[in-house]
Design a binder for this molecule. Structure first.
Ligand code: ADP
Length: 512
């Protein structure tokens, strides 16, 4: 719309400025000739030439110095103008002092009015001055509609309503009666058209047919439309929101995947490190076991020597040995035996897992019979009641090693049953825990403080109470732990001092 209004302004301004310039030229040329010819013939020649070559004039007339119209061109539409007086215009013009100075002195344009030739238009007057005297006036008549018809393109006329105002007076419009006034909807554009002596206001607004007016013909339909559009906006909003959520979730997932990948890579690296460490540990353990084994063996030789020479001493000098000396020899014998047991136990510990026999499946009750048979003298000596549960399970493992386990646990139970115990009692049984069979050895002996629950399974760890009671090497439970772990199981103790102790262990089931 802005462009169209500009186009109209440029065209109207251009046409009118060109016509004004033509008239000024005509007036100049007329008086240029010496002596000038102010004859009707000359006027008609000029007028005809201008009228035919410069469209837009409704008429070009000659007015005498008194302001009376004398000659007209073209004759047909202007004849009844002959004899009319325009002195009223000319008087106001000559009285207006501002018009007498500068270039405007030569030119006058009347306000728009009803023309004698018909329609609304205006007159322009150009004085022909020769020898300091006005010889007459050249009068160009313009009909606004004719000017607009020349200037307005067909499409502009159909697409827009155009109104032209001079001051507040409407001097041109293509607007039809009764059409909707788009101006009300602030759709119009205002422009100023300026050419010598005139300032017109151009108002342009869209043709109602092309831009349907905002007349609500069907309020129900409009409400429905608005409702649908609101719903669509809402759906769109939710879709966008969802999309943003999905995008965020996707970014987060990408991030997570990336993090996980990194974590997995780190884990793999750590696993490899761990594997290497475990292998190193296994190698070191094997090395240590071999060392312990060889050291134990080497230690056995001097023990055997000591024992051998003690025997020889008794054999060769038995009668000569005084009583005190015999006592000392007994001390040496006890210490040597203790040393021998210790070395035997250490040798045993180092053998576990190194010297293996094939694992078999057998009833645990069968094993118990053997163990109890071996411990019978000690059980009797301490008058201990041993109860073996009937429901002992089938187990899978190295029978000899598992016998070692039960021997150690039962002999400990007997050892630490307590000297003053009125009814010494040991119970061997099984219970179900986390879908696993747990075998236990329970006694009502001196018990163990909780702080030692872990420690007692380490080599050479003996409790102060145990040291007072009986002799031992502190290796028995270490052997038990070693054998159970070698069988893929776990061993632990539950106890309270003075309330007895219960040792539990699990074994791995036979692999299929
Ligand atoms: P030890 O040769 O001293 O018996 P063990 O390794 O078999 O060595 O036992 C370690 C320590 O655990 C024992 O010295 C004793 O203090 C304690 N202990 C083991 N079994 C029992 C038990 N049934 N009751 C109380 N204390 C026990």
């Amino acid at each position: 719309m802005e462009t169209s209004s500009d186009q109209i302004r440029i065209r109207v301004q251009g046409l009118m400025r060109a016509r004004m310039a033509s008239l000024a030229l005509l007036a100049d040329r007329w008086v240029e000739r010496t002596p000038p010819d102010f004859s009707q013939k000359r006027f008609l020649e000029f007028a005809e030439d201008f009228y035919t070559h410069h469209r837009g004039f409704s008429g070009i007339n000659w007015i005498d110095p008194q302001g009376i119209v004398r000659w007209v061109y073209p004759g047909e539409s202007n004849e009844h103008f002959i004899g009319n007086s325009v002195s009223e215009h000319l008087n106001s013009w000559t009285q207006d002092t501002s018009q007498k100075t500068g270039t405007s002195l030569k030119y006058l344009a009347t306000p728009c009015e009803d023309l004698v030739q018909g329609g609304l238009g205006f007159h322009t007057f150009w004085p022909l001055v020769y020898n300091g005297r006005v010889q007459g006036y050249l009068n160009g008549v313009f009909q606004v509609k004719q000017v607009m018809d020349i200037c307005l393109a067909e499409n502009i006329l159909t697409e827009f309503w155009i109104s032209i105002y001079e001051a507040d007076r409407l001097i041109y419009t293509n607007e039809e009666q009764g059409h909707s006034n788009a101006e009300k909807h602030n759709l119009h554009v205002l422009q100023e058209i300026r050419f010598p002596g005139k300032t017109w206001k151009l108002k342009l607004f869209p043709n109602a047919a092309l831009y349907p007016p905002k007349v609500i013909r069907n309020p129900g339909l409009l409400a429905f439309g608005m409702f649908i559009s609101a719903m669509l906006s809402l759906i769109l909003y939710f879709l966008i929101h969802r999309m943003q959520m999905y995008r965020k979730a996707r970014d987060y997932a990408f991030h997570e995947v990336g993090e996980r990948k990194l974590a997995q890579e780190a884990l793999k690296k750590n696993e490899k490190k761990l594997e290497a460490l475990l292998k190193e540990l296994a190698d070191k353990n094997a090395e240590l076991e071999t060392f312990v084994f060889s050291v134990s063996h080497d230690l056995k030789t001097p023990i055997v020597t000591i024992e051998g020479f003690m025997g020889a001493l008794r054999e060769d000098f038995g009668n000569l040995i005084p009583e005190d000396c015999e006592r000392y020899l007994n001390y040496i014998g006890d210490a040597t035996r203790k040393m021998d047991t210790l070395i035997n136990d250490l040798l045993e510990l180092s053998r576990i897992g190194r010297l293996t026999v094939k694992k078999t499946e057998f009833p645990f009750a069968e094993l118990m019979e053997e163990v109890i048979a071996g411990l019978k003298p000690r059980i009797k000596a301490k008058n201990v009641q041993v109860i073996v549960s009937k429901g002992l399970p089938l187990v899978y493992g190295e029978k000899k090693r598992l016998i070692q386990v039960m021997e150690n646990l039962l002999s400990n139970a007997i050892k630490y049953i307590g000297k003053e115990n009125p009814s010494p009692r040991i119970e061997v049984g099984v219970r179900e825990q986390d879908d696993q069979k747990v075998i236990f050895v329970k006694d009502n002996g001196i018990g163990i403080e909780e702080i030692y629950f872990e420690k007692i399974f380490q080599v050479f760890q003996r409790l102060p109470s145990a040291k007072r009671i009986e002799e031992g090497t502190g290796i028995g439970l270490a052997i038990v732990k070693r054998i159970i772990e070698y069988h893929g199981g776990r061993v632990w103790v539950e106890s309270e001092p003075g309330e007895g102790a219960t040792f539990f262990f699990t074994l791995k089931n036979k692999e299929n």
